[in-house]
Design a protein around this ligand. Structure first.
Ligand code: NAP
Length: 501
């Protein structure tokens, strides 16, 4: 089988053949092959499996995954055996009407079926799934999968942290060359999916995530996301790699989409992928293994990275946090583009050159607020900083000669005084466990200009209330794009393209 570029496989988990074919049709222009997850089919549909490849019109993988391997098949092995045998039986002289691949687990050995596969050109994917974690000994887990030269070994494990992912990447890099599939499932395994080609995998499994068609395995991307957001077909093992470092929530970040679109449009052989990391040490270890050229850093690693920098920019020194890494002379140069990003979007929003003469309330004293405070100071604002933890507000405010206060109704008068421009820089309103309105004790009267650094959701409860009171509002989306433009400038050494603006 030949593909123009790296093949994308769509896993079909619908309960009927018709539903699977309908899903396939919506994705046909993006995919090269499909996996029929026959374990997800309704019992009456199981008689139709044999006819699926001819109807699909694409190379098909047959999979009947047991529950213990992360699938939905619950009947005994005898029933499973019959299903697989029937699906592969009456092989057609037209190879397109047969399954191109059959996924058989390492403990499934049925000589008659394997012989039939070999005779009729169905390649066996010999698989093993570790859905609860990572085996200690990856070589031992791999061994049963490589017994037959013509089979495709497939190892799917579930890294529990970024160190597990390091182990997987490092191990896969040393495997001898052969057709294979090595997959990290779940949040920490995500990079191994979008970097399927770099992992040496034969193709990338993707899912059509919609009602009635659940994700086939944790951490799978959609075909669109693999191709568009992560440039899965256009980039390869030697493309320049950049990482987005942060906690698990970075999988929802818009940064990869923004940067990868710009890389594509500028003809760069480069891509950025999220590397969720529980510590800066494991993040940097993965960067080294992947030979990454730089990184965008987000919470909670912006401060943790400081001891590892071989060069520290002036903004990083002032702010005390770093959001951009550039590989330089075997070390990491650290920069911060958040202050510039905030400044540009805020001044554009206000229609001003600077903040001189403006009385500003800054809510929050974390990493983002530190960048905002630097910008407010250097462009001449008078400011009060309010924070849940008063001591942090005090430390930040003192640095710039600002005042400070608690984030509760004792601050009503001070907010009223500093109300030309109100900047929300806490995590409150992002959703999940941190919902709410951090300024709920204050009533807007409509004259305030209001900026919330949060961009997802696009309108927090705080921003919605300000707008309803007649205030002019802006969220953090433009700031995100502008700080990303600064990162592009640092990584590529050239002016950022219009995609960022
Ligand atoms: P951070 O360093 O963890 O700081 C979090 C801030 O939120 C602290 O001031 C913290 O107060 C406050 N906070 C957290 N939970 C709270 C609660 N339940 N009640 C009251 N205050 C609470 O995070 P960060 O890097 O500054 O990020 C803050 C926000 O800015 C995030 O939503 C992030 O997405 C956004 N951001 C946006 C951009 C952009 O480009 N648009 C860039 C950077 C950040 P304590 O000090 O009391 O803990």
């Amino acid at each position: 089988m030949s593909f123009d570029s790296f093949p994308v496989c769509l896993c079909l988990t619908g309960t009927t053949i018709a539903a699977n074919l309908a899903a396939l049709e919506t994705q046909r222009d993006k995919i090269d092959m499909v996996e029929l997850r026959a374990d997800c089919l309704d019992p009456s549909e199981k008689f139709l499996i044999r006819s699926f490849p001819a109807k699909a019109g694409l190379p098909c993988v047959l999979t009947v995954r047991r529950r213990s391997d992360g699938g939905r098949f619950e009947d005994g092995e005898g029933v499973r055996l019959v299903m697989i045998a029937k699906a592969l039986s009456y092989a057609s002289s037209d190879a397109n009407a047969n399954f191109a691949y059959a996924d058989l687990e390492s403990d499934f050995h049925m000589p008659a079926i394997e012989e039939a596969c070999r005779t009729f050109g169905t390649r066996i994917i010999r698989s093993r799934h570790f859905i609860e974690g990572m085996p200690e000994d990856l070589d031992a887990a791999w061994e049963p999968l490589i017994q037959e030269e013509d089979e495709i070994p497939k190892l799917a494990v579930t890294p529990q942290n970024a160190s597990d992912l390091s182990r997987l990447i490092g191990w896969a890099a040393k495997l001898p060359d052969r057709d294979r599939l090595v997959i990290g499932m779940g949040t920490y395994g995500f990079p191994s999916r979008v970097l399927a080609r770099r992992m040496g995998s034969l193709f990338c499994y993707t899912s059509f995530d919609s009602p009635g068609m659940p994700l086939a395995a944790p951490g799978q991307t959609t075909p669109d996301s693999f191709i568009s957001t992560y440039r899965g077909k256009e980039t390869g093992p030697h493309s320049s790699l950049y990482a987005l470092l942060g906690s698990k929530s970075i999988l929802n970040s818009l940064s990869p989409s923004i940067h990868n679109t710009a890389f594509r449009n500028m003809g760069k052989d480069a891509l950025i992928v999220p590397l969720p990391s529980e510590s800066i040490e494991s993040a940097l270890a993965n960067m080294k293994l992947l030979d990454a050229k730089g990184a965008a850093i987000t919470v909670p690693l912006k401060e943790d990275v400081l001891p590892y920098l071989s060069f520290v920019s002036t903004d990083v020194k002032r702010i005390g946090a770093c959001n951009t890494l550039v590989a330089r002379d075997g070390g990491w140069a650290g920069y911060n583009t958040d202050a510039d990003g905030f400044e540009r979007s805020a001044l554009e929003f206000l229609g001003r050159e600077d903040f001189k003469g403006m009385k500003v309330t800054l809510i929050g004293a974390g990493g983002a607020a530190k960048s905002v405070a630097l910008s407010l100071h250097r462009k001449g604002a008078e400011c009060v900083i309010l924070n849940r933890t008063l001591s942090t507000a005090r430390t930040l405010a003192r640095k710039y000669g600002f005042t400070w206060g608690p984030l509760d109704d004792r601050a009503i008068d001070v907010v009223t005084h500093y109300s030309d421009f109100i900047v929300q820089a806490t995590s409150v309103g992002m959703g999940g466990e941190i919902q709410g309105d951090p300024l709920d004790f204050y009533e807007f009267d409509g004259h305030e200009r209001v900026f919330d650094l949060i961009y997802r959701p696009a309108k927090t409860a705080f921003l919605g209330r300000a707008e309803a009171s007649g205030c002019k509002i802006i969220n953090g989306y433009k700031m995100l794009r502008y700080q990303a433009a600064g990162q592009y400038r640092l990584w590529m050494g050239e002016e950022p393209p219009r995609e960022y603006y």
